[in-house]
Structures are given as structure tokens and as C-alpha cells.
Design a protein around this ligand. Structure first.
Ligand SMILES: Nc1ncnc2c1ncn2[C@@H]1O[C@H](COP(=O)(O)OP(=O)(O)OP(=O)(O)O)[C@@H](O)[C@H]1O
Ligand SMILES: [Mg+2]
Length: 235
């Protein structure tokens, strides 16, 4: 099992953002995390990444406790945060080169090639010469996605990767995520149910910090569709 989340609880004051959550994710799955605003999706993702200490329970990544795994474990995951914080004054290519350096991709030539491949892969070629601040939202999102997949992570965690994209960008970004998901494991959150239907092998629905459904996409499809299930469980 690539990821084992066991009975984690996270409280903020009197509120339980995560309430006894358990989740096993094998390698190779694309898992869609659904749930209303405030359900705990981002909190769960940040816990898995080891950025947010939980009150109780445990998280193991490839058999190692994420609390003791440190940077070595983190470097095997990629993350696109909800608000996609980027160094806005940097140029696209300069930023990705900087991130490649941080990820330990050494040697100017190797790094240039890696960055160039990445720029082509995420469709940033026409924008690569601009400062990040000058990009439209969709292209900023692509830069965020590029830095998340740069080091070929074994687990890619994407918090609302397609929010605010126009229909064409949406299609491109979905294709990109799906293609990454063919060789890697992905957890993504979204509010768009069709997106989960289009991209995910498995759906986890979370409500008020608890997992209320966890099943293969095909199972939802058989039982009246994802929308009906979502309305019933989380609405
Ligand atoms: N730093 C914090 N301090 C206090 N409460 C917090 C903090 N971070 C999250 N919460 C609370 O924890 C709950 C879960 O938040 P979280 O951001 O995980 O939800 P979400 O499912 O990602 O929602 P959204 O769909 O709006 O992004 C919310 O009620 C939120 O207000
Ligand atoms: Mg969130």
C-alpha cells in the first residue's frame, strides 16, 4: 500500500476538521476527493503531505511514518496547494529552474532540458518568457501543476487543480492529470462531479471531517450516478 491513513483526527478549537479518517491508497490509483466547503479536504491533503500535524492517528507513506520520514518522504510527493502560491515576480522558466534546483536536479544542461520538457508537457511554451504575475489564471495553474510534477513524484496531491479554468484549459489540464495518473498515484479534490467521473478510478466523499463514501467510480456509475450519491450523502 502506498498510503495508509489510520484514524486521524485534527481539531481546531472545538471543531473537528478531520474526525477519525482512515484511507488506504495503493499505487496507480487516481482518487477524487469530494465534499462541500469546509468538509476537510484540504486539511486531509496537508496532513498526508506531513505539513500539518494531526492530533491522533497515523499516516504511512510507502511503509514509513510521515512524521519521522522528513524531507526524504516529502520529496517523493508533489503538491499543488489550493491557492497556488507562486513566486509571482519570477519568470516562468526561472521559477521552474529554481524549483528543479530545489528538487536536486543538478547540472545546468540537465536542468534546462528537464525544464524545457516540462514547459512543453504542460503547454506553457507560448508563456514561458513571461513573469508569473503576467499570466492568466489558467496559465498560472499550469505553472503550479508543472512545479508539482517536476520531480516525477510517486504521489501527486492536487487541491482543486482546475478551479477557475476556462473550458479549453479545463480539458487540457484534465488530460494532463490523467496522463500523469497512468504512471503515478494521484489524489485530487474538486467541486466538479463530472471531473471526477472523467478522471478518477475511485471516489472518496468527505463531510464534516468524516468519510461518508469510498468506492470505485464504476460502483457509483452503476448505482444511479455520482451526482445522486453525492446529493444524498453530502448535500
Ligand atoms: N488554520 C485553521 N484554523 C481554524 N480552522 C481551520 C483552519 N484550517 C481549516 N479550518 C477549518 O477546518 C475545516 C475544514 O477545512 P478545509 O479547508 O480542510 O475544508 P475543505 O474541504 O478543503 O473546504 P473547501 O472546499 O472550501 O476548500 C473548516 O471548517 C475550516 O474552517
Ligand atoms: Mg479546500
Amino acid at each position: 500500500m502506498l498510503l495508509q491513513v489510520r484514524n486521524i483526527t485534527k481539531t481546531y478549537g472545538p471543531q473537528k476538521a478531520l474526525d477519525n479518517v482512515s484511507l488506504d491508497i495503493p499505487r496507480g490509483q487516481v482518487v477524487g476527493l469530494l465534499g462541500p466547503n469546509g468538509a476537510g479536504k484540504s486539511t486531509l491533503m496537508r496532513s498526508i503531505l506531513g505539513y500539518l500535524p494531526t492530533d491522533s492517528g497515523s499516516i504511512h507513506f510507502d511503509g514509513q511514518d510521515i512524521r519521522s520520514g522528513g524531507d526524504e518522504l516529502k520529496s517523493r510527493m508533489g503538491y499543488l496547494p489550493e491557492h497556488n502560491p507562486l513566486y509571482r515576480e519570477m519568470y516562468v522558466r526561472e521559477f521552474l529552474d529554481f524549483m528543479a534546483d530545489l528538487h536536486g536536479i543538478k547540472g545546468r544542461k540537465t536542468r534546462n532540458e528537464a525544464v524545457q520538457n516540462l514547459i512543453e508537457k504542460v503547454g506553457l511554451t507560448p508563456e514561458a518568457h513571461k513573469p508569473i504575475d503576467a499570466l492568466s489564471k489558467g496559465y498560472k495553474q499550469r505553472v503550479g501543476l508543472a512545479q508539482a510534477i517536476l520531480h516525477n513524484p510517486e504521489l501527486l496531491i492536487l487541491d482543486e487543480p482546475t478551479s477557475g479554468l476556462d473550458p479549453i484549459q479545463l480539458k487540457d489540464v484534465r488530460t494532463l492529470i490523467r496522463s500523469f495518473g497512468q504512471n503515478s498515484t494521484v489524489i485530487l479534490s474538486t467541486h466538479i462531479l463530472q471531473e471526477v467521473e472523467a478522471m478518477c478510478d475511485r471516489v472518496v466523499i468527505i463531510k464534516q471531517g468524516q468519510i461518508v463514501a469510498d468506492a470505485p467510480m464504476a460502483e457509483f456509475a452503476e448505482q444511479g450516478g455520482l451526482e445522486a450519491a453525492f446529493d444524498q450523502l453530502a448535500g
